[in-house]
Design a protein around this ligand. Structure first.
Ligand code: PLP
Length: 371
């Protein structure tokens, strides 16, 4: 059955072009394309082959089912888990999924070491260092513990990593501090690490903003989907958005000045107005908090959302449009129309979130078409 009321489109060519661009920019560093959360809502299964064909060295995932999807596709790519695993996840990972796991405590190190010895192999792992993110990993003060991990049998250290807390903020001072702490620690680990070990620190924001300090591998999510994580910086123009979201006009009505629109009477027309209703709302993932704030493109013009966003209906003011808006006309929620554009970042800023939340909702709640 076709879905007529909303078109969520994901462009594989755009995704591939972004990855090729990033891969060339970061070389000789390797590229881990982050595809957790169903590829930020874009569709893991549909996009993983594209990521590998475009040159991803690693795919970053969080869950075992995500890894299983990639293994089922038979893709020749390394997998990196982007968080600490649970014991049950580790068992499957070692025996079936071959995910490169993070080690951030002696407990997990010992667990994996024992598992490796028992199987007569070396399990590839990445040592996770907390330089300020505050979520997981070894503290930088635990040098002796970390050195002990490097000597455990049954493990092969393939990476040492940290994650930045504020690489998308206005001020990069903390990021630089984290980086210095990480590099300092790696220096003290040097004699304990095998040749060719991959140090990695950079997410999208850091990859774009601190190009000189990229280390051996970068872990890039947002930038591969053509979005940026904050207003503090711009993406290079080569990175293009991969997802767009469009709908159609379900009705247009003239209403007199003084009319209230939608639940809670949160908007009252100040003049005689033309109000278009669109057949999508927060049930389709259009954020409810965009009431009286969102913008929709119709006929290439920016039209304000007026009143509450309902579960499946959103109302916009089209009074100022030069041409008559008709039943069935296209309305762009995210993407381009004529010269006008609404980006995920713009919407995210308006409802004080990040693009990923909108990407996710659009991808999860709707059927996605792939170009
Ligand atoms: C999600 C994640 C990334 C990617 O972050 P982006 O800002 O989307 O590039 C990188 N590293 C880790 C550990 C992550 O969890």
């Amino acid at each position: 059955m076709n879905q007529h009321h909303i078109q969520v489109t994901v462009s594989r060519p755009a995704f591939a072009a972004n990855i090729r661009y990033l891969r060339d920019q970061v070389a000789p560093a390797q590229l881990c394309v982050v595809m957790k959360a169903n590829a930020y809502g874009h569709g893991l299964e549909a996009l993983a082959p594209t990521a590998v064909a475009a040159g991803a060295h690693y795919i970053g995932i969080c869950t075992n089912p995500e890894a299983a999807t990639i293994r089922r596709l038979g893709l020749d790519v390394k997998l990196l888990r982007l968080r600490m695993a649970l014991p049950e996840e580790l068992e499957e990972s070692i025996d079936q999924l071959q995910i490169e796991e993070q080690v951030g405590s002696m407990e997990v190190a010992d667990y994996l070491s024992t598992a490796g010895i028992r199987r007569g192999k070396e399990i590839p792992v990445h040592i996770n260092i907390d330089t300020g993110m505050g979520r997981s990993g070894f503290f930088t003060t635990e040098l002796e513990q970390i050195q002990k991990v490097c000597r455990l049998p049954g493990l092969r250290i393939v990476g040492v990593m940290t994650h930045f807390a504020t690489a998308d903020g206005q001020d990069l001072a903390m990021t630089k501090k984290q980086l210095a702490a990480f590099n300092h620690l790696c220096h003290h680990l040097h004699d304990f690490l095998p040749d060719g070990v991959l140090t990695h620190t950079h997410n999208s924001a850091a990859t774009i903003r601190l190009p000189a300090q990229r280390n051996h591998l970068v872990r890039v999510g947002a930038a591969c989907y053509g979005v940026r994580t904050s207003q503090a910086f711009s993406n290079p123009s080569e990175l293009k958005p991969v997802m767009s979201v469009k709908t159609r006009v379900a009705q247009v009505r003239s209403v007199p000045a003084g009319s209230t629109i939608g639940y809670g009477n949160l908007y009252t027309t100040q003049r005689d107005s033309l109000i278009a209703s669109l057949p999508v709302g927060f049930g389709e993932g259009y954020p409810r908090s965009l009431f009286n704030k969102g913008i929709v493109l119709i006929h290439g013009h920016r039209c304000p959302v007026v009143g509450r966003v309902s579960l499946n209906i959103t109302t916009v003011d089209v009074t100022d449009l030069p041409q008559t808006v008709r039943w069935g006309d296209e309305a762009v929620l995210i993407g381009c129309q004529g010269q006008a554009e609404i980006t995920f970042e713009e919407l995210a800023d308006k409802f004080q979130s990040v693009h990923t939340e909108i990407n996710l909702m659009a991808g999860l709640m709707n059927q996605v078409s792939y170009l």
